[in-house]
Design a protein around this ligand. Structure first.
Ligand code: NAD
Ligand code: DAU
Length: 342
């Protein structure tokens, strides 16, 4: 896929900003237009010196805005779109699902519609393993596993995947979908498990573990996810779905204990709190298709990745202070105040 002008949406968020940095470093012939609404989860500080690059054009705005998206596609002669922009936090989708449908479904539809109108060459949707629902103790999700989302967040991401498929099937649009497991690494907003636990532990605050702590997630370093997305964008087959995973399953409680060991903090900081409603028990990804067909493999093992991640948070207090100003305290009190210890 020859792409010289790429629209990246949500490029001020966790995965998007890591992706923008990767491309600026490795693809000197590609210009990036980064469209991000700068919600609570998007922060210009995450882009740092990327903002100085002449190959990176930041636009503040929403993927739900047809005039703006149409303008960007024509003004910058965009030939490809990678859609990271989303409301991404499951807990927030449980307390306020509307915006998840507006952004994740409406926004994706708008990008597809405008992208098709502008004749872009390829559209890649950054999706999630959560579209497959929850697993028992055995097995893993493959690309043919039936979609069975359980949360408002995953239902909105599934709807978006269906729209991407429909644009490929109905209009012959060139589309690719990637479905990845849980990411971790630098610049993740501290509402998600790993950065929240690092931040609370360093401040000797309690670490809220939902339910019995035995829910299992498959953790992948963010740089490996970004590499998989770029590989799928460049070489994936039109109309296909590619699962992306770390082959690295961990129960939440084991993960939190690992973080505490690294930080030299006591396990007594862990507090079991009321479970997330509808909490998916286990995710596991079979990533053999992208490994076999596109030659992608994770490069960062978990020990290295988590050590680097913890170190990053310890040395980037300024970034943390910036992103937790604003609405974070209100969110935290509302989310965890009502959970209470069990
Ligand atoms: P994030 O919440 O950190 O970032 C989302 C970004 O999208 C933010 O910068 C936000 O400002 C922007 N945004 C939100 N609404 C917007 C709108 N209407 N218009 C333009 N920008 C908007 O999320 P993330 O963790 O970086 O996830 C990125 C994508 O990857 C999402 O689509 C998510 O579903 C998917 N994904 C995430 C993970 C994970 O573990 N974090 C795993 C698999 C897939
Ligand atoms: O699987 C991919 C998905 O991973 C992405 O699509 C989502 O955008 C991303 O947010 C993530 O969803 P999860 O719900 O798995 O991530 P989260 O970090 O919120 O939670 C991970 C696990 O930790 C989950 O079992 C819930 C639990 N948890 C989470 C928080 C925030 C706790 O026990 N305590 C907490 O305070």
């Amino acid at each position: 896929m020859d792409c010289k002008s790429l629209l990246v949406t949500g490029g001020a968020g966790f995965i998007g900003c890591n992706f923008v940095r990767l491309l600026l470093e490795t693809e000197p012939d590609v210009q990036i237009i980064n469209l991000d609404a700068l919600t609570y989860a998007g922060n210009l500080a995450s882009l740092g010196d990327c903002l100085d690059s002449p190959r990176h054009h930041f636009v503040k705005g929403s993927i739900t805005n047809p005039e703006l998206v149409g303008f960007i596609l024509r003004e910058y002669a965009v030939d490809g779109i990678i859609n990271f922009a989303a409301e991404s936090h499951v807990d927030r989708s449980i307390t306020g699902p509307q915006v998840f449908v507006e952004t994740n479904v409406g926004g994706t539809l708008n990008l597809l519609h405008e992208g098709r109108g502008a004749g872009i060459k390829r559209f890649l949707q950054v999706s999630t393993d959560e579209v497959y629902g929850s697993l028992g103790p055995e097995g893993a999700f493959s690309e043919t596993t039936a979609l069975s989302p359980n949360s408002p967040y995953s239902a909105s991401k599934t709807s978006a995947d269906h729209l991407v498929h429909a644009f490929h099937h109905t209009y012959g649009m060139d589309t690719v979908i990637t479905r990845c497991s849980n990411n971790y690494g630098p610049l993740q907003f501290p509402e998600k498990l790993i950065p929240l636990m690092i931040m609370n532990a360093t401040q000797d605050k309690s670490l809220p573990i939902y339910g019995d702590g035995l829910n299992v997630r498959d953790w992948l370093y963010v740089g490996d996810h970004c590499a998989a997305i770029w590989r799928a964008f460049q070489a994936g087959k039109s109309g296909e779905v590619y699962n992306v995973g770390g082959n690295n399953e961990l129960a939440n409680i084991e993960l939190v204990k690992t973080i505490l060991r690294h930080l030299g903090k006591p396990e007594s900081l862990m507090t079991f709190v009321k479970d997330r409603p509808g909490h998916d028990r286990r995710y596991a990804i079979d990533a053999s298709k992208i490994e076999r067909d596109l030659g992608w493999r994770p490069q960062v093992d978990f020990d290295t990745g988590i050590t680097q991640t913890i170190q990053w948070y310890l040395t980037n207090q300024e970034w943390l202070d910036q992103v937790v100003s604003g609405e974070y305290q209100t969110y935290y009190e509302a989310m965890y105040g009502r959970r209470g210890a069990v």
